[in-house]
Design a protein around this ligand. Structure first.
Ligand code: MTE
Ligand code: MO
Length: 362
């Protein structure tokens, strides 16, 4: 990024961003935080991540093969999948790299600030009855999902894949999704069909799904070793799974370009936003005006029917003239609370530090 975009109001120095990062940022867009206004994110505003290229896909000839250690392999056409019971679910999806660019030093990858999120209504058919129909053999340990996209990452050529232990995937809320917000999936979001796993970070919701394989050993698929919280390259780590809690504020007032400093008129100012967690319901959202020394609870809107969808909040702020930095943090009913500072890891994953919003009140 050039000098004009340096110093967007954090301690992190962006001037060293590489051309690779600029290339990723240009392909993989975030949700402008104004999108927090909408309970259901318009699909063009939903964040987007594709590691390799968006593959060509023809709905009429697309088949999802379900094979491996099953009694009855299935070849699922789109007509077959669309003919099965359909469920629509609002799901907050977030990239595990959200917050990466706020870590220092940051991983050279997709340089997200905080915008890698969206809350769309996904329609599809539940996965579990399909696995039941195929009949998993007793020796099955994991279910491996393969997308139609192919490339090289970390020097390893592979199809994009994710694999789950049985307990993690035999959930009633996992879908094979073919519509989003009432429309067929757009090409970039996985047309004609993708896996959708609520509550986990987005990397496991395999787009352009073409194969489901029941396997008897833990998979060594490349992405499983990439999505690890580790302290050094190749070091021991723990796999990224569920989303940590996060609250985000709809940017108040108006902005300058390009630094995106906020300007607000003095007086009562309604702050609003959304919060979510992959570990349960959001129970508390708080705002600090003194860098995290003291916190005030905001008002939470009624909880959504499923905690897989984000929860709205609002706060009546009395804006007094001067420079302010507002911090926002969420707590979930499993007791997880957002930290004020990032906890660093090599891949730049799961940085759910409290959001900092700089506001100049006039
Ligand atoms: N086949 C395939 N599936 C994929 C990816 C990919 O590159 N290829 N990216 C993953 C990542 S890292 C995320 S965060 C989500 C993003 O989904 P979206 O682009 O629909 O928002 O898709 C996941 N599924
Ligand atoms: Mo991601």
């Amino acid at each position: 990024m050039d000098r004009m975009t340096a110093d967007p109001g954090t301690e992190t120095d962006f001037r060293g961003a590489t051309l690779e990062e600029v290339g990723q940022a240009a392909r993989n867009h975030g949700m402008p935080l104004e999108g927090l206004r909408y309970d259901v994110t318009p699909i063009g505003m939903h964040y987007l991540v594709t590691h390799f290229d968006i593959p060509a896909a023809d709905e009429a000839s697309w088949v999802v093969d379900l094979d491996g250690l099953v009694e009855r392999p299935l070849f699922l056409s789109m007509a077959d999948l669309r003919g099965r019971p359909a469920v629509t679910r609002p799901v907050t999806m977030e990239c595990a790299g959200n917050g990466r660019a706020l870590m220092s030093p940051r991983a050279v990858s997709q340089p997200w600030l905080l915008e890698a999120v969206g809350n769309a209504e996904w329609t599809g058919t539940p996965l579990r009855p399909i696995l039941d129909e195929a009949g998993l053999r007793p020796e099955v340990v994991e279910i491996l999902f393969t997308g139609a996209d192919h490339g090289i990452q970390g020097g390893v050529e592979h199809d994009y894949q994710w694999s789950f232990a049985l307990d993690d995937i035999l959930r009633d809320d996992v879908l094979l999704a073919y519509e989003v917000n009432g429309q067929p999936l757009p090409p970039q979001h996985g047309f004609p069909i993708r896996l959708l796993v609520p509550d986990w970070y987005g990397m496991c919701s395999v787009k352009w799904l073409e194969r489901i394989t029941a396997i008897e050993d833990a998979s060594d698929a490349f992405q499983l070793s990439a999505y690890q919280v580790r302290q050094e390259e190749g070091g021991p780590g723990t796999r990224v799974t569920r989303k940590s809690p996060r609250a985000l504020m709809l940017p108040p007032g108006f902005t300058d370009f390009p630094a995106r400093q906020r300007y607000v008129d003095a007086g009562p100012c309604e702050l609003t936003g959304r919060a979510w967690s992959g570990w349960g319901h959001i129970t508390r959202v708080e705002i600090s005006e003194d860098g995290g020394g003291t916190w005030s609870e905001v008002e939470l809107e009624p909880a959504p029917p499923s905690p897989s969808s984000w929860r709205a909040w609002s706060f009546g702020w009395n804006a007094v003239p001067g420079e302010h930095e507002l911090l926002v943090r969420a707590t979930d009913d499993a007791g997880n609370v957002q930290p004020v500072d990032p906890s660093w890891n090599y891949g730049g994953f799961m940085n759910n530090m409290a959001q900092r919003v700089r506001v100049l009140v006039r």
